[in-house]
Ligand binder design. Structure first.
Ligand code: S3P
Length: 437
């Protein structure tokens, strides 16, 4: 697909439901007793994979556009699937479903596409086995055979800052005897699982410690009832439009009804600290999540070329903008002094190696980039040039480099853009409706 440079971005939009929240709403509604209506459910292929796996496990799901009705099977009411459960490209589906299946009375096989079958699963196998489940895999990679078993609660400190691992253990904890405790010391990750469980009436306690760590506790086994959920717009999908509007002078963009959970808004705070005009307004709480409007306004001139020190984004901030890091690197090319991203080795284990994909595509556009094992440093400001770009089948790389192509001086060709459907099938259509050329 060819992408031409744009003059500015203008408009007011709403976005399909948050992918992370949709996965959790579907999984938790499936484990509840009774029917839940999930509105503004994510249109992503990833969340469709979660629904399809749940259907194969005997959960009745009706879908009408973006509204879903899930007839919960109860915490121990899932049925053995007659075939392997295909999680597609979705790490969230595999890791969270594994937690829900660990305490069932049957064996399940979880598999996925080539990308997912190369991603690390030891991170969930270890805690699930500590809880009493048997998980078979080769080299800690999918497919996973999960032999359900009676589980017991554990105290677990996350060895990697991962919301998927935390959620896997908490969902297993719903069926475990006694207390399950998960501590995050390396950084606080998105807390949608905790919030969604609370919304469904499950007593989830959280404790913040003076050293900055956070512990989440659940007493199992737990039974809980169905509940309707309104899912806010996806802030990670919004980030691409926000970055485009922040970079193209004269832009004005408002995104309404978007999820503004503080564990997901670090990208907005970082833009703000880089001197870009981004604000949040019309805040309200819906279904135990903060929701509101994001406004972006790009004044007539970009930042001046005066040299500044490179800004470093690292440490505990990383888990809070993990999905926005490739986009932040693109933004770094337009910021005086550039940007350095460190402590982000996890990016190498995403849908593709996102450090290498970002570095290679930025270099193709003429950027001056240094690659590190745990991140990258990009110099700025520079004029990006149009180039042939390869997202390696990774949706977020494809969208980040579409934004890069909008600010480049000539057109770019992006190969394999259909991968955007993994998280955001409407991306190009919506972007076209906002762009002025
Ligand atoms: C997600 C957690 C993050 C994120 C992914 C969605 C979630 O993954 O990158 O896109 O919904 O919990 P990790 O937990 O592997 O960091």
């Amino acid at each position: 697909m060819w992408v031409r440079p744009a003059r500015r971005i203008n408009g007011r939009i709403r976005l399909p439901g948050d992918k992370s929240i949709s996965h959790r709403a579907a999984l938790i509604a499936a484990l509840a007793t009774g029917g839940s209506r999930l509105s503004n459910f994510s249109t992503s292929q990833d969340c469709a994979a979660t629904l399809s796996c749940l259907t194969k496990l005997g959960v009745s799901i009706e879908r009408e556009g973006n509204n879903i009705r899930v007839e919960g099977a109860g915490n121990s009411g899932l049925r053995a699937a007659s075939e392997p459960l295909d999680c597609g490209n979705s790490g969230s589906t595999m890791r969270m479903l594994a937690g829900a299946l660990a305490g069932q009375k049957f064996t399940s096989t979880l598999t996925g596409d080539n990308s997912l079958r190369s991603r690390p699963m030891k991170r969930i196998i270890e805690p699930l086995e500590m809880m009493g489940a048997h998980v078979h895999s080769e080299d800690g990679k999918p497919p996973l055979a999960i032999e359900g078993n009676a589980l017991k609660g554990i105290r677990y400190e996350l060895p990697i800052a991962s919301a998927q691992v935390k959620s896997c253990v908490l969902l297993a904890g719903l069926q475990a005897a006694g207390q399950t405790e998960v501590t995050e010391r390396l950084g606080i990750t998105r807390d949608h699982t905790e919030r969604m469980l609370q919304w469904f009436g499950v007593a989830v306690e959280t404790k913040a410690s003076p050293d900055g760590s956070r512990t989440v506790m659940i007493d199992g086994p737990v039974r809980f009832a169905a509940r309707d959920v309104d899912i806010p717009g996806d802030i990670s999908s919004a980030s691409f439009f926000i970055a485009g509007a922040a970079l193209l002078p004269g832009s004005k963009l408002e995104i309404e009804g978007v999820g503004l959970n503080p564990t997901r808004t670090q990208f907005l705070s970082t833009l703000h600290s880089l001197g870009l005009e981004v604000d949040m307004s019309a805040l309200y709480e819906g279904c135990n999540e903060l929701v509101g409007t994001v406004g972006v306004f790009a004044g007539p001139n970009r930042e001046s070329g005066e040299h500044r020190e490179s800004r470093v984004v690292n440490g505990a901030l990383i888990p809070q903008l993990i999905d926005e890091l490739p986009l932040l690197a693109v933004l770094g090319t337009q910021i005086s002094g550039g940007i350095e991203i460190r402590d982000a080795a996890e990016l190498r284990f995403k849908e593709t190696d996102r450090i290498s994909a970002t570095v290679n595509n930025l270099r193709a556009m003429g950027a001056d980039v240094e690659e590190f094992e745990d991140g990258l440093a990009v110099a700025g400001p520079i004029n990006l040039r149009g180039a042939k770009l390869d997202p390696h089948g990774d949706h977020r790389i494809a969208m980040a480099f579409t934004i890069a192509a909008l600010i480049a001086d000539t057109e770019s060709e992006i190969v394999g853009v259909e991968c955007v459907g993994i998280s955001f099938p409407e991306f190009f259509e919506l972007l076209d409706s906002l762009i002025e050329r």
